[in-house]
Design a protein. Structure first.
Length: 192
C-alpha cells in the first residue's frame, strides 16, 4: 500500500508540472522577429504563438468577425536626446466565417483570401511574412536601430455589442507582450 501511494503522489506531481508547463506555453507571445531588406524596403518576418480561447473560437464560428492587429515601432537611439522615432505602424487582419458558404476568409485592406479552417486563416497572422514597414532609403548604414512588436486582438474594431462584452471578458483580451529586437544595415546591403 505505501508503495502504491508513493507512485500515486509521484504521478500526480509530474502531471501537475506538465499541466503547469502546458498553461505557460499557452500564453500568446512572439517567438521570433527578423528584419529583412528586400526590393528597397525593410520587411518584417515574424513567428507568433497566438492560441484562441474556446469562447473566441465559438464566437468566430458563429460569424463574429475577429480583428488582429500587429503593432511595430522602430527607433534610432541617440546619446544626448530622446530616441528618434523612425517608424510606428500597424497592420490589421480580419478573420470571418461565412455560414452560407461554410468558408473562412482572412483579409487585410480590400484583399481577402479563402481558407479551409480557422487555424488556416490564422496562419497568416501567426506567420507574418514580407511586411514592408519602411523604405530602405530612410535607413542609415552602420547605425543601430531598435524596435519592438506585438500582436493583439483588436476589440476596438468589433461591433458595438461585442465591444461591451469584450471589456467584461478576459477571453477577449488576447495580446502578446512587446518583443524587442535590434538590427543594423551594412552599406553593401543597401540597393544602389
Amino acid at each position: 500500500m505505501p508503495l502504491r501511494r508513493m507512485l500515486f503522489l509521484v504521478l500526480a506531481f509530474f502531471l501537475s508540472v506538465a499541466h503547469a508547463q502546458e498553461e505557460a506555453s499557452a500564453d500568446p507571445r512572439i517567438l521570433s522577429i527578423e528584419p529583412v531588406l528586400s526590393e528597397g524596403w525593410l520587411n518584417i518576418d515574424a513567428e507568433v504563438h497566438l492560441p484562441l480561447s474556446d469562447e473566441l473560437r465559438y464566437s468566430a464560428e458563429r460569424g463574429v468577425t475577429l480583428y488582429f492587429t500587429a503593432d511595430i515601432e522602430i527607433t534610432k537611439p541617440r546619446k544626448w536626446w530622446f530616441d528618434k522615432e523612425v517608424v510606428k505602424t500597424q497592420k490589421t487582419w480580419r478573420v470571418v466565417y461565412n455560414a452560407l458558404t461554410r468558408q473562412w476568409r482572412i483579409g487585410t485592406g480590400e484583399l481577402t483570401l479563402p481558407e479551409a479552417s480557422l487555424d488556416d486563416a490564422l496562419s497568416l497572422v501567426r506567420n507574418i511574412r514580407h511586411w514592408a514597414v519602411l523604405p530602405s532609403a530612410d535607413l542609415e548604414t552602420d547605425e543601430l536601430y531598435t524596435g519592438r512588436m506585438r500582436v493583439r486582438l483588436d476589440t476596438s474594431l468589433l461591433a458595438r455589442p461585442f465591444r461591451v462584452h469584450a471589456i467584461n471578458s478576459s477571453a477577449w483580451s488576447l495580446s502578446t507582450s512587446w518583443k524587442d529586437f535590434s538590427f543594423s544595415i551594412s552599406d553593401a546591403a543597401l540597393p544602389r
